[in-house]
Write a protein of this length. Sequence first.
Lengths: 117, 238
Amino acid sequence: MIRALALILLCQLAGEVATRAGGLPVPGPVLGMALLWGLMSAFAPVAALVKPVGEGILRHLSLLFVPAGVGVVGHIDQLGTQALALGLAIVISTALAIAAGALAFTLVARLTGSRDA
Amino acid sequence: MHDFADIWSYLAQGPLLWLTLTLIAYVLADAAAEALGRPPLANTVLMSVVLLGLMLWATGTPYATYFEGAQFVHFLLGPATVSLAIPLHAQGARLKRAVLPVIAGVGTGSLVAVASALAIAKAMGVDMTTLATLAPKSTTAPVAIGIAQSLGGSPTLAAVLVILTGITGALMATPLLNALRLKDWRARGLAVGTAAHGIGTARAFQVHPTAGAFAGIGMGLNAILTALLAPAVLRLFL
């Protein structure tokens, strides 16, 4: 478990260092995810090692957003007089983005014959 | 003999109390969601946040004190993002068969998320600084903060808008996609991860493992794409 955790943290660290050093627009953990994905694909033992620990962390992904969410409660006044406009923009644009993204995927999947197994 | 106020002031100094309460609030919210059959409205993040917000308000605890305990949970967001490699790896073969649909889905979702939010906010008279802050609201928080800052927006407000977007997406995804009669778990997951980052991805994992894996892909790709797209789209609204 400690070895798996160390490897996951090492990927994150490498990602952070690479984004800072290269001035990349990608966040460190996302780069770390790509790195771990590469390692898992290249070396089967790595996949077996990180799987139980990583799945344990992911099982309660929702929990990890709670501290940041509580922070929002205290800053909700930051929305100020523009609260209604921002609220509407968020609700409508999120609905449009979900619908458009899912429809675009489905359309291209049909055109290219990509079926889910 | 110590009275309650003494014990409280002792506990309030360390991280133990609010770390414990964060976990308890989540366990209660998760149990409530489970008991209700996990309807979209009974979102575990939202319920935990409301419960803890009420506790902070009732005890007059500042957020900084709360975060001393909660930071241990918050820290795991990084390792969790790295761990998204695990479902991606498990779904590798599936993903290979869907490269083009994935590119189309993320590209469309990302562009619509930024452009429609800016169009609506601009039409309602939102000022320029706030538009710059709103543009990256569909990306994961650290990316959104970085993009908002580089566009001249506010980092604190960016974090607020990101969390509100995530919760909104997690709440509306299931009914919206059902109404559109889209049954492909890949399309559903990808769209939610693109529009509502990690909170949407967390919801997708609760619904279906394939949706969760594709949501992770959507979140990761959208972070990169929005960093590239947002400055150009914002310029159209100057």
